[in-house]
Every structure is written in C-alpha cells, then in structure tokens.
Design a protein around this ligand. Structure first.
Ligand code: A2P
Length: 338
C-alpha cells in the first residue's frame, strides 16, 4: 500500500511539470524535434499514440520499435486498457539502462468514470502502477464529462445501452489538463484557477483545424496536442467509416513534390502550426515515417492549401463512443457530426 506522503510527492511532481509547461510557441520551435517549455522542460513534438492498440504482442513490438526509432513521448490513458503493456516495455528499457526516466515524456489521463477529486488519486495511482513509473509527465482529464463509477468497469452503461453519465461533474474541482474542452470551459478554469493549465488535447487534422480554439490556446500559453492527426483511419476497426484524408488528391500532390508520404505532410502541417501531434500506428514502417518529418519544411502556399482543407469535420465524434451524450449540458463540441 502506497503511503500518503509518497502519493503526494508523485502528484506534486506531475503537477509541477504541468505548471512549468506553459509554452512559448513560435514557428522556430516547431521546426525542432521538441517544443521548448518556458521552464526548460521539453515536450517532444511528435508523440506515440496508443489508443486502439489491442493486439498485445503486436503492440509490445510496436512500442519497442517506437523507442528504438527515437520516440520519447508516449501518450497513454487508463481508458485504453493497455497501459500495462506500455509499462512492461518501459520497464525493460529503464531497468537495463537503455533509457533513463528523464529521457521520456509520458502522458496519462483521468478516465471519465473518475471525474471527482477523490478519483484523481485513485486513478493516477492505477496508471503509475500499470506503467511501472514513479511519476508521469503530464496528467490530463480525459473528457469534459464524467461517468458514474462502477468498480471494474471503465465504460459503465445504463440498461438502455447509453453511457452512465454523472451529472455532478465539477471541472474546477478536478482539472490538471483538459483534453477536448472548449474555450468556454477553459475560460471558466482560467478565471478561477491558481495554477493555469498548460495543455489541451483535441481532435485536430486537416479536416478539423479549429483555428479559433487553437488561437485562444496560444493567447493563453496553452500548448495544443493533436490527436487523430491523420484523420483516424483506424476507426474502421470499430465499424466507423472515415473520410480518406491520407488519400486526398491535394495532400498527395504536395507529398509527391516533397518526396514524402501523405502522412508526413499532414503531420508536418500540424507541427508548422506549433501543435504537437500524437499519431497512432502499430506498423514499424509507419511508426518510422511519422517521426521522420523534421528534415523538410512546407512552403507558405502549401500550408495555405492544407489550411484550406478545413471542413470543421469531426471524425471521432464522442456520440459514437459515448451513447446518449447530447443529454449532458455544457458539452459544446463543435463541428459537423457533433
Ligand atoms: P496502423 O496502426 O495499422 O499502422 P490517427 O493517429 O489519425 O488516429 O491514425 C491512426 C491510424 O492511421 C491507424 O489505424 C494506423 O494504422 C494508421 N496510420 C498511422 N500512420 C500511418 C501512415 N504513416 N500511413 C498510413 N496509415 C497510417
């Protein structure tokens, strides 16, 4: 059983990293492999996304490959139910001295079923245990809404199949970071917090660029992290049709001119806007490709062309995952499909 002092030490470490992570964003930084933090800490500009990696053997090999290739930023969440696999690989690398803990930037997330102050301690500890780490570098609140807690069930549903929402969720009471929050929700936290937030993780790709929200974050020194940066083609695994962003004619045309893949062009477009990207892949060649984007620069015209692909199209709409979401007030995820 972990002592309270030990827990507080871990929590403070995570929070301190977050406080100190207010980024000064400029285009020069985006051309480096890291985003410089005002504190001197660094967030690798490309992270390895881990959602939907459920084939244990393949995933374990993929994390190994990612670390070998040079990924040092790993985006995890207890809700993905695979943190123990990440933990196993990290343990191997850390215990044999191939990596030291300071080389890594690991993100974990408070799951929707733990959106209460007491849930933070409980679920942070669970993540630390699964990841076999003493601290994590960034702890985010996974969703802007909460679910009721049902022991042993991270995605509780009601008898009618809709998600079992907790209408008492209080963002101010629990925040550390806030994936998927909108500017109204962030503003409420900014106006009331003592420790300003430093990171917002949102769906962000050429079809959903959310320029106003990104600008709002820049003004408030909040670094944006893009999930689904390639348009989330892997959602087909869950039976969802997705538009073929990787096969878009204009992206293909740009990729050909730079002698790069369309995935590399889409990721580079995001980086040049000062945004971190966390593409997911369990395929070695793609894992390599997705981080090999620091040796070219899209020109202004191509950036404009890619900016012009914005259709405000949310691909990973929450209603697909959390049935009955519309009944929850104060969730204004914007974009078609929401
Ligand atoms: P796989 O894991 O089979 O390699 P996103 O990060 O936008 O959600 O996209 C993740 C999906 O995109 C995964 O299904 C992944 O497939 C696929 N993917 C990742 N990188 C590439 C790439 N470089 N080229 C094509 N598909 C990719």
């Amino acid at each position: 059983m972990q002592s309270t002092a030990r827990f507080i030490q871990r929590l403070l470490h995570s929070i301190n990293r977050n406080i100190q992570s207010n980024l000064i964003i400029n285009s020069k930084m985006a051309s480096n492999e890291h985003f410089e933090l005002s504190s001197g800490f660094k967030i690798p500009a490309i992270g390895y996304g881990t959602w939907l990696a459920d084939d244990e053997e393949k995933f374990e090999k993929a994390i190994d490959t990612a670390l070998e290739i040079g990924y040092r930023h790993i985006d995890c969440a207890i809700a993905y139910q695979n943190e123990h696999i990440v933990g196993r690989v990290l343990k191997k690398w850390l215990s044999t001295g191939r990596l030291s803990r300071e080389d890594l930037f690991v993100t974990a997330k408070l799951p929707p079923c733990a959106m209460r102050p007491a849930g933070v301690r409980k679920y942070l500890n669970k993540s630390l245990e699964s990841l076999q780490l003493d601290y994590i570098d960034l702890y985010l609140v996974h969703t802007p809404f909460g679910l009721n807690e049902v022991e042993g069930n991270l995605h509780p549903t009601k008898p009618d199949g809709t998600s079992d929402y907790d209408s008492t969720t209080d963002h101010l009471a629990i925040w550390k970071g806030f994936p998927n929050f909108n500017s109204d929700q962030i503003n409420r936290i900014l106006k009331n917090c003592r420790i300003p937030p430093c990171n917002l993780q949102i769906e962000h790709h050429a079809y959903l660029q959310q320029p106003k929200l990104v600008e709002f974050c820049k003004l408030n020194k909040i670094i944006v992290t893009a999930y689904s940066p390639l348009g989330s083609p892997g959602l087909s695994k869950l039976g969802k049709e997705t538009p073929d962003l990787l096969g878009h004619t204009k992206v293909k045309e740009i990729a050909k001119r730079y002698n790069k893949t369309t995935a590399q062009v889409l990721l580079r477009h995001i980086l040049q806007k000062g945004i971190v990207a966390i593409p997911k892949s369990v395929t070695p060649e793609r894992i390599r490709q997705n981080i090999d984007i620091f040796n070219f620069q899209l020109n202004e015209e191509d950036m404009e062309t890619l900016n012009g692909l914005d259709e405000n199209l949310r691909i990973l709409d929450f209603k697909f995952i959390f049935k009955g979401l519309k009944i929850i007030p104060n969730i204004h995820l914007k974009g078609k499909n929401t």
